[in-house]
Write a protein that binds this ligand. Structure first.
Ligand SMILES: Cc1cc2nc3c(=O)[nH]c(=O)nc-3n(C[C@H](O)[C@H](O)[C@H](O)COP(=O)(O)OP(=O)(O)OC[C@H]3O[C@@H](n4cnc5c(N)ncnc54)[C@H](O)[C@@H]3O)c2cc1C
Ligand code: FES
Ligand code: FES
Length: 316
């Protein structure tokens, strides 16, 4: 069971981080079984306060290698007052690996984690030493927000929903009024209360993307959204992709390319693909991979799905 320090009637409404002072350099390392939406095998966040190449303060936090995220105080101390020379980096990486207490689990063994932690901390410090910390960051990442960030005017103002209220919402252009299902996920509201069973449940915990729908124009995993969030919202499900009897280009392309085997993942891929094409009408291959990274398929091997998105861009 996941645990939290919050009481049942508490909700986090704001988190504030002070701006880092001048001279702050930072980088994050994550090793996961896939690039996005995967719980880390190992991760490390490093924040250094530098003055003319000399480390003034160091923060090294390590994730997935202890019961909670931990600091690596010995490694941090070893960096203070030093320049990021090779042997300084090597020593800090070794200390960080010693300070972790990883376990064996389905994502990796303790020994592998400890080894990769050392590798990761060393590489991250090298990136900082060489000023390469922004290297792997895409300039214009695919968001599946349909272009604009939701907070740049697309999302409606937050609205309250009393526990005994009614959920009034629009799904695929049609008005719905729900008097039950308030304690469900949006996925279960759609399937069980609205009878829209095109949206699938794969994992029910945000891993597989089979439940992807559009909520106020943004692709979301509906298994992670509380049903009352639908109140006052505009939702599009896979049943709403075709317009006036004509398939959406992404649906047509999936048929033409044979991008379906068992089909269970297909509604989620169609929704992510449609939102990607809205955001990038002629996506590059890397953008397609990025856009579909939250969707898992156990049958096809992905090649035909990627071809289908390329074909859909041609169909326009
Ligand atoms: C597949 C997956 C893999 C992940 N991997 C990692 C990882 O490797 N490392 C990492 O650091 N993080 C990871 N995360 C993210 C981490 O789990 C989340 O960042 C964190 O749990 C989210 O906290 P939050 O409070 O922002 O959650 P939210 O998702 O906002 O909410 C969490 C809970 O609150 C409920 N809730 C949301 N809004 C409301 C509301 N308005 N009123 C009442 N209840 C509400 C939700 O239903 C949910 O139960 C992963 C998440 C997923 C889905
Ligand atoms: S069912 Fe929602 S992500 Fe898997
Ligand atoms: S076609 Fe079977 S999971 Fe994707």
């Amino acid at each position: 069971m996941r645990k939290t320090v919050m009481r049942p009637d508490e909700l986090v409404v704001d988190i504030a981080f002070p701006s880092p002072p001048p001279g702050t350099r930072s980088a994050f390392y994550k090793l996961g079984l896939r690039k996005a939406q995967a719980i880390s095998v190992v991760n490390a966040a490093i924040v250094l306060q530098m003055d003319e190449g000399v480390v003034q303060t160091a923060n090294i936090t390590l994730g997935s290698v202890a019961p909670t995220v931990i600091h690596a105080p010995e490694a941090e101390r070893s960096l203070v007052g030093k320049t990021l020379e090779e042997e300084v980096i090597e020593r800090a990486a070794a200390l960080a690996a010693e300070e972790a207490s990883p376990i064996d689990d389905l994502r990796g063994s303790a020994a592998y984690r400890r080894h990769m932690l050392k590798v990761g901390v060393r590489r991250t410090l090298q990136r900082l030493a060489e000023g390469r910390e922004r290297e792997a960051m895409p300039e214009h990442p695919v968001t599946l927000w349909g272009g604009e960030p939701p907070r740049a005017g697309k999302a409606p103002a937050a609205c309250e929903h009393p526990a005994t209220g009614v959920i009034e919402t629009t799904i695929n252009g049609r008005s719905y009024r729900f008097t039950s299902g308030f304690d469900k996920s949006l996925l279960r509201l759609l399937r069980e209360e609205a009878g829209l069973i095109g949206t699938k449940e794969g994992c029910a915990e945000g891993e597989c993307g089979a439940c992807t729908v559009f909520l106020d124009g943004v692709a979301v995993m509906s298994c992670l959204v509380p049903a009352p969030r639908a109140h006052g919202a505009e939702i599009v499900t896979v049943e709403g992709l075709a317009q006036d009897g004509a398939l959406h280009p992404i649906q047509q392309a999936f048929i033409e390319e044979g991008a379906v085997q068992c089909g269970y993942c297909t509604p989620g891929f169609l929704m992510s693909g449609a939102k990607l094409l809205e955001e990038r009408p002629t996506p590059r291959r890397e953008e397609i991979l990025e856009g579909l990274t939250g969707n898992l398929c156990r049958c096809t091997g992905y090649y035909k799905i990627i071809s289908a998105v390329e074909r859909a861009a041609e169909l326009g």
